[in-house]
Design a protein around this ligand. Structure first.
Ligand code: MG
Length: 253
């Protein structure tokens, strides 16, 4: 099932995407809901970021090939940081490069959307806590990332967390092709099977420290091929079975 969050005539709702239509959901996608008979053409609605979570937990250096290109040693445990939920934008919205940025990079990542409250979750039960998957772009201001040491500012500028287009449920995400396409050119290409720490390991590790709430997103890290974006670029994160997240890049005015 593909769950979309959409806006129509100023009203925001969830719906299930079926071909070129979206069927409105009534109720709570994390609890009781029904899929109604109300349908709209996808072309007649605005698809929004699928969720604004309580927290967006991101993972650093979680692909062997990316750790090699950054010349960083592989982490012994997952390296966790946060991106501000206020940085989230949906498909079709513009990524805004800060005026004085010298290098703002794309990072294609598989996003995991948590479906129910999770604390001290065993790896063997972790996937029971997943609602579905989405595409994420962990946009990063590289100079600030280096100079600050901490990641918060470099990765939380407004618009630095494109997510979407949908939450895709009931798929096995353990070995999916993941790509970043810049102006039609493939820049990153890997498979989620190359993750250093896989999704169950991440959920188990994170929930030993903190409660994950319904709707929280884990952005699981990016493969090799990270590079800069430029105003005018079209940036696509494409993940097999999960979808295609496309955003344009602009310079801050
Ligand atoms: Mg990243």
């Amino acid at each position: 099932m593909k769950i979309a969050r959409f806006s129509r005539n100023g009203k925001i709702a969830y719906g299930v995407v079926e071909d070129d239509k979206v069927r409105e959901i009534s109720g709570d996608i994390f609890g009781e809901y029904t899929v109604t008979q109300t349908t709209y053409n996808l072309a007649d609605v605005e698809i929004l970021a699928p969720i604004i979570p309580s927290k967006l937990v991101a993972i650093g250096l979680n692909y062997i090939d990316h750790a090699e290109e950054t010349k960083m040693p592989l982490p012994k445990v997952p390296l966790i940081f946060f991106k501000a939920p206020s940085a989230i934008i949906g498909p079709g919205q513009d990524i805004i490069i800060p005026k004085d940025s010298r290098r703002t990079d794309y990072e294609a990542e598989l996003g995991v959307v948590i479906g129910k409250k999770a604390r001290y979750v065993k790896e063997s039960e972790a996937l029971d806590y997943v609602l579905g998957y989405t595409c994420c772009n962990d946009v990063s201001e590289r100079d600030i990332q280096r100079s600050d040491g901490q990641f918060a500012r470099a990765k939380s500028f407004d618009t630095f967390a494109p997510c979407g287009p949908y939450i895709v449920t009931d798929i096995d995400a353990s070995d999916l092709k993941i790509e970043l396409i810049q102006n039609g050119v493939v820049k990153q290409s890997s498979r989620t099977s190359n993750l250093v720490f896989n999704v169950p390991q991440l959920i188990s590790f994170i929930t030993r420290a903190m409660t994950l709430l319904p709707g929280d997103i884990i952005s699981t890290g990016t493969p090799a091929g990270v590079g800069p974006m430029h105003p005018g670029d079209t940036i696509e994160v494409r993940i097999e079975k999960v979808g295609s997240l496309i955003n344009r890049v602009k310079l801050e005015e």
